[in-house]
Design a protein around this ligand. Structure first.
Ligand code: BV8
Length: 254
């Protein structure tokens, strides 16, 4: 049990029950307990000779679409084989219990939606979707037959994963929604991110600058840790359910 200290639990319950707008920002650590490698440790086995940042770029795809496509097929296979973990389900419960929640994820695995979360802002896209590399329209791909990147049925250009690569802009709709939520919220909980990737990591600072309370859940320290009002050190798959339990308790009216 991480949330043992009654004063800490009382303070957390007060903050969450009083929040008029809570933003939850998640990173790949939230999916770690489902068995999805985090971004920084995703390079195991076959992919150990590549750095993720060197594969998740338009230049890498232009240089060798086959290698990049195979990397995403490998990741899609992992994501398709795992299930959401208790942390994902706890976030669904928070969305139901709190007054207003905006869920922003850096993850591209779709596990929040599979757990039951709605209105997820997919800040970096979703690797289970594919799109035309020229027209950017979503293209349905029969994955069972796709060892190589298929061609767009409309224009014939290569199909690519529907994710935001390094050096690519966050799509306008997602960026504006996330910026607005970060500016409006009175509480931001950042879960399972190393806070290295921009502009996602700056959302926490944006919320703090406007007076929001910052809660961080992570087994390790990050650049956000010194700025956090509450630092809950441990795995989100354990801490988030404990937080929900505390909110259900006698002190948590919500
Ligand atoms: C852009 C999709 C400009 C692809 C991803 C300043 C401002 C703006 C840009 C930059 C900037 N400085 C640098 C940049 C460039 C770059 C960037 O941030 N580089 C980094 C490496 C320094 N940013 C960009 O390129 C962005 N685009 O800025 O465009 C522009 C503007 C206009 C016009 C043109 C261009 C786009 C960035 C998006 C990249 N795409 N994903 C794919 O996945 O294949 S990012 C990728 O990293 C994943 O989405 C991942 O989610 C994300 C962040 O990583 P984390 O989630 O934090 O994962 P990580 O492994 O690092 O950490 C895991 C954490 O979990 C750890 O802290 C660990 O302790 C913790 N953990 C582990 N287990 C658990 C746990 N926590 C809880 N429970 C557990 N059980």
């Amino acid at each position: 049990m991480t949330l043992r200290d009654p004063d800490l639990v009382g303070a957390l319950v007060a903050v969450f029950t009083q929040s008029a707008h809570t933003v939850i920002l998640t990173g790949s650590g939230t999916s770690a307990e489902s068995g999805v490698p985090t971004f920084r440790d995703a390079q195991n086995g076959l992919w150990s000779r590549y750095r993720a940042e060197d594969l998740a770029t338009p230049e890498a795809f232009a240089r060798d679409p086959q290698v990049v496509w195979e990397w995403y097929e490998w990741r899609r296979g992992i994501v398709a084989s795992v299930q959401p973990n208790p942390g994902h389900y706890a976030i669904v419960e928070l969305q139901r219990r709190l007054r207003r929640v905006t869920l922003i994820t850096q993850n591209v695995d779709g596990l929040h939606q599979r757990a039951g979360s709605a209105d997820v802002i997919e800040f970096h896209g979703n690797l289970m979707r594919s799109k035309c590399s020229a027209e950017h329209c979503v293209v349905e791909v029969d994955r069972s037959e796709q060892a190589s990147p298929p061609r767009c049925p409309n224009c014939g250009e290569l199909v690519r994963p529907d994710v935001v690569w390094f050096g690519e802009a966050i799509p306008d709709v997602e960026l504006e929604a996330a910026l607005a939520a970060a500016a409006d919220c009175d509480l931001m909980m950042v879960v399972g991110t190393s806070a290295q990737v921009q502009p996602a990591a700056s959302l926490a600072e944006r919320a703090r600058a406007r007076g929001a309370v910052l809660v961080e859940i992570n087994p390790e320290a990050t650049p956000l840790t010194p700025r956090a009002d509450f630092v809950l050190s441990g795995p989100s798959g354990r801490i988030l359910p404990e937080l929900v339990e505390a909110l259900r308790g006698p002190g948590g009216a919500c």
